[in-house]
Design a protein around this ligand. Structure first.
Ligand SMILES: [Zn+2]
Length: 425
């Protein structure tokens, strides 16, 4: 027998079903949703006062295996995801070797089966060796189980990108594009602006991102092939996507909690842990990102979970690696910045953490709660406050600008296939 989840407040952005309900899970699937259910033999999970929704879906994580197991493995990343309420995550192919052949995709799927937390779906490389020159064989990669294509780094070669989008479209795969012109961004540590001038170091300008967002949007319009823009960070990027969506271009995009929580000022207070790619921007950009989330221009909230070892993050700002771990803070950070500030409803936030990313990855049974579908769900307390203490993370990575911050919203249980894969405390 499975679990009977009792008296949880169900939020389902897809069906619009809400209110206090019971959910019976049997054989790994959602069997019944209703009131005052009884199921002799089922284990009772008391969810009184808690919110229940479909397990979260992250379409942008870096799990570092194979090649960088000292930063994260598929197993530790999968458990970190579960601790954050995620039941499905797509992992980027920037491993060593990169995931650019069917055997690599199969290897990640094999590791995922043994991982014990969230389901892990491989994103395959767009170009052979991730060198930005020649497309991989997308048909083979899809057959092996790749859910999307990305080089997980900005693409310099527009000819490759255009060919790749057309070929990917034929296979029904979405291209995930990280936008920041590498020649403009160079390897500078922070946003070009007030803080970079104050610190007297060169910065990466917002237009480095916006130029490539514009290029991707125009290519989507011209080719009719789907493109998804990863980690939007500027108000102008949002405006570009908004304009091209209105014109009917097949473009989607995501942002991450760090880009609607922090500004470049965090660099002055925190230094290296606030070094991200793209960098933290200005208050105007944060407002633009929140506006884009509210009006539907931004489809998804992703993590861009990027763990590093402690020795790597101990370097000074200019040499420090860019990126942060996000799987265990994304839900709470989103609720803190968007729900508890009354910017957005719970249902609208959860839509961007569940069904929208599942649709972009074309995962048919993820991101929704419905009878007969996999019992992947998260049970959380939207009101509980906690302090972010990275030493308690399931992730091997400790690098995050949320360290020490108070957040509101705590995951209590995460279930994958009807089994508890994470339980708080
Ligand atoms: Zn990334």
């Amino acid at each position: 027998m499975g679990y009977l989840i009792r008296r949880g407040r169900l939020v389902d952005p897809v069906s619009g079903i809400g209110g206090v309900m019971d959910i019976l899970l049997e054989n790994g699937k959602v069997a019944v949703i209703g009131s005052n259910l009884s199921a002799p033999g089922a284990q009772i999970l008391d969810a009184s006062g808690l919110t229940v929704c479909a397990g979260l879906v992250d379409l942008h994580t870096h799990l570092m295996e194979p090649g960088f197991e000292y930063r994260e493995t598929v197993a530790t990343g999968s458990r970190a995801a579960a601790a954050g309420g995620f039941t499905s995550v797509a992992c980027m192919p920037d491993t060593q070797p990169p995931i650019d052949i069917p055997g690599g995709v199969g290897y990640i799927r094999e590791l995922s089966r043994k991982a014990g937390g969230a389901r892990v779906y491989p994103v395959a490389a767009l170009s052979k060796g991730r060198n930005g020159q020649e497309p991989c064989n997308y048909e083979e990669l899809k057959d092996a189980g790749a859910v999307a294509l990305s080089d997980a780094t900005p693409i310099r070669n527009a000819n490759l990108l255009r060919d790749a989008m057309i070929l990917a479209h034929r296979q029904g795969l979405t291209v995930l594009s990280c936008c920041e012109d590498p020649d403009l961004a160079q390897n500078f540590a922070i946003n070009e602006g007030r803080v970079s001038r104050q610190l007297r170091i060169p910065g990466r300008p917002a237009i480095a991102e916006e130029l490539q967002v514009m290029r991707e949007a125009m290519l989507a319009e011209e080719t009719g092939a789907a493109v998804h823009i990863c980690r939007l960070s500027t108000a102008k990027s949002v405006a570009i996507v908004r304009r091209y969506k209105k014109k009917g271009a097949p473009i989607t995009c995501e942002t991450c909690p760090q880009y609607f929580t922090f500004t470049e000022d965090e660099i002055l207070q925190q230094g290296p842990p606030a070094r991200l790619e793209p960098p933290l921007r200005t208050p105007t950009d944060v407002e633009g990102i929140i506006e884009g989330l509210k009006d539907g221009t931004i489809d998804a909230i992703a993590t861009d979970h990027t763990p590093y070892a402690e020795a790597e993050t101990a370097r000074p700002l200019v040499q420090a690696p860019a990126g942060m771990v996000g799987l265990e803070t994304a839900l709470a950070a989103s609720l803190t910045a968007l729900y508890h500030t009354r910017e957005m409803s719970l249902s609208d936030i959860l839509r961007k953490l569940t069904i929208n990313p599942a649709n972009i990855l074309r995962l048919p049974s993820a991101g929704r709660l419905a009878i007969g579908l996999d019992a992947d769900l998260v049970i959380f307390d939207p009101e509980e406050e906690w302090s972010v203490e990275p030493q308690n993370f399931c992730s091997l990575g400790r690098n995050t600008p949320f360290s020490g911050k108070r957040l509101k919203g705590k995951v209590k249980y995460t279930l994958v296939g009807g089994e508890i894969v994470y339980q708080a405390g």
